[in-house]
Ligand binder design. Structure first.
Ligand SMILES: NC(=O)C1=CN([C@@H]2O[C@H](COP(=O)(O)OP(=O)(O)OC[C@H]3O[C@@H](n4cnc5c(N)ncnc54)[C@H](O)[C@@H]3O)[C@@H](O)[C@H]2O)C=CC1
Ligand SMILES: O=C([O-])CC(=O)C(=O)O
Length: 338
C-alpha cells in the first residue's frame, strides 16, 4: 500500500460551481426531485447554462416542483413526471442524478438506510438501463458506498454497464472539508480545498490534509478534531434537524457542482477534475473495487483516475481503517443484486 500511495500526482482544485465553457447543452433527469435534496438541486440545475432540459421525476410531487422551477428565467425547459411516468422522464436523457430514497434520523448510520434504499436505487437503475442505456448516472442516495455497486450490478445484468459513466457523489465531503479548514485558518474556502478519498461514511472518509498548504500545518488534537468533524459532518446536520432528515441544501449545492463538472467534461472541456466514487483500479488488488478519488472527466465520463499522491503516516492509518469497511459495504451492495 505504501508504494501505491507514494505515486506522484498533481491534484488540481475541484471545479467551481456553474462555470460554463461551451455552447453544448444536455438533458438532465433528477430522480427523487420532490425531496429535500431534489428540490434545491433542481433549482440549481435550472441555473446551470449546460442544461437544456430538466426532467423531474419522483413518486410524489415532481410535477409541482417542475411547474415552480420552470418559471425561473433561464434558457432551459423543465418537465415534471408523476409516479407512473418514469420511462417518459428518462427519454433522451444524457445525465441522471439520483437523490431518491430515505434520509437518516438521529442514531442511524448510513448503512441503516440500506434496506429501504437498495431496492429504490436498483429499480431506478433498471429503468435507466432500459430507457437510457447510454446515460451517465450520478448517485446521491445513501449508503453511497453500497448504492453505487448496486447500480453497477444492475446495469451489468442488463448488459449496459460502462464504468466510465457511473459516479457516486462524494462532493459534500470536499465542500465540508474546505469550509471547516477555512474556519480554523481564517482563509478563504477557495484556498482551503482538501482532497478527500475513500468512501462516503464515517471511517471510510479519508481527508488528505497533508496535501493542502493550509491543512498540512494542522497537528495534534486540532488535527484529530478536524478529521472527526469531516468524517462525521453529516451527523452534525442529522442531529440539528432532530428527526427531520439530513443535509439537503449543502448536498444540493455539492450535487449541482458535481453535475456541472460532469457536463463540462462531456462537453469536451479539458482538465475538469472532481472527486467522485467510481469503479477504480487504485485498491482493486485488495478487493476494493470502488473508491473515491480525484477523477478527470471527459467526453465519455471518467477520463482518468488520478493517484492519491503522497500520504502522511496519519493518513496511511486512516486509509488502513477505511479499506476493510469500504470492502464490506461494496460486497453488501453487490450481494443484494446477485
Ligand atoms: N451523497 C451524499 O453526500 C448525501 C446523500 N444523501 C442521501 O440522499 C437521499 C435523499 O435525501 P433527502 O432528499 O433528504 O430525502 P427526502 O426524503 O427529503 O427525499 C427523497 C425523495 O425520494 C423520493 N423517492 C422515494 N422513492 C422513490 C422512487 N422509487 N423513485 C423516485 N423517487 C423516490 C421521495 O418521494 C422523496 O421525495 C438519502 O438517502 C440521503 O441519505 C443525503 C445527503 C448527502
Ligand atoms: O449524513 C447523512 O446521512 C447524509 C449524508 O450523507 C451527509 O450529510 O454527508
Amino acid at each position: 500500500m505504501l508504494a501505491r500511495t507514494a505515486l506522484r500526482t498533481s491534484l488540481r482544485a475541484p471545479a467551481r460551481a456553474f462555470s460554463s465553457s461551451s455552447a453544448r447543452q444536455t438533458k438532465v433527469a433528477v430522480l427523487g426531485a420532490g425531496g429535500g435534496i431534489g428540490q434545491p438541486l433542481s433549482l440549481l440545475l435550472k441555473l446551470d447554462p449546460h442544461v437544456t432540459e430538466l426532467s423531474l421525476y419522483d413518486i410524489r410531487g415532481a410535477p409541482g416542483v417542475a411547474a415552480d422551477v420552470s418559471h425561473v428565467d433561464t434558457d432551459s425547459k423543465v418537465k415534471g413526471f408523476a409516479a407512473d411516468q418514469l420511462d417518459a422522464a428518462l427519454e433522451g436523457v444524457e445525465v441522471v442524478v439520483i437523490p431518491a430514497g430515505v434520509p437518516r434520523k438521529p442514531g442511524m448510520t448510513r448503512d441503516d438506510l440500506f434496506n429501504t434504499n437498495a431496492s429504490i436505487v436498483r429499480d431506478l437503475a433498471a429503468a435507466v438501463a432500459r430507457v437510457a442505456p447510454n446515460a451517465h448516472l450520478a448517485i446521491i442516495s445513501n449508503p453511497v458506498n453500497s448504492t453505487v455497486p448496486i447500480v453497477a450490478q444492475t446495469l451489468a445484468k442488463a448488459g449496459v454497464f460502462d464504468p466510465r459513466r457511473l459516479f457516486g457523489i462524494t462532493m459534500l465531503d470536499v465542500v465540508r472539508s474546505a469550509r471547516f479548514l477555512s474556519e480554523i485558518t481564517n482563509a478563504d474556502p477557495k484556498e482551503t480545498t482538501v482532497t478527500v478519498v475513500g468512501g462516503h461514511s464515517g471511517a471510510t472518509i479519508v481527508p488528505l490534509l497533508s496535501q493542502s498548504p493550509f491543512g498540512k500545518n494542522i497537528t495534534g488534537e486540532a488535527y484529530n478534531q478536524l478529521i472527526h468533524r469531516i468524517q462525521f459532518g453529516g451527523d452534525e446536520v442529522v442531529k440539528a434537524k432532530d428527526g427531520a432528515g439530513s443535509a439537503t441544501l449543502s448536498m444540493a449545492y455539492a450535487g449541482a457542482r458535481f453535475t456541472n463538472a460532469l457536463l463540462r467534461g462531456l462537453a469536451g472541456e479539458k482538465g475538469v477534475v472532481i472527486p467522485t466514487y467510481v469503479r477504480s483500479p487504485l485498491f482493486e488488488d485488495q478487493g476494493v473495487e470502488y473508491f473515491s478519488s480525484n477523477v478527470e472527466l471527459g467526453p465519455n465520463g471518467v477520463e482518468q483516475i488520478l493517484p492519491l499522491g503522497p500520504l502522511s503516516a496519519a493518513e496511511e492509518k486512516l486509509l488502513a481503517a477505511c479499506l476493510p469497511d469500504l470492502k464490506k459495504n461494496i460486497e453488501k451492495g453487490k450481494a443484494f443484486v446477485a
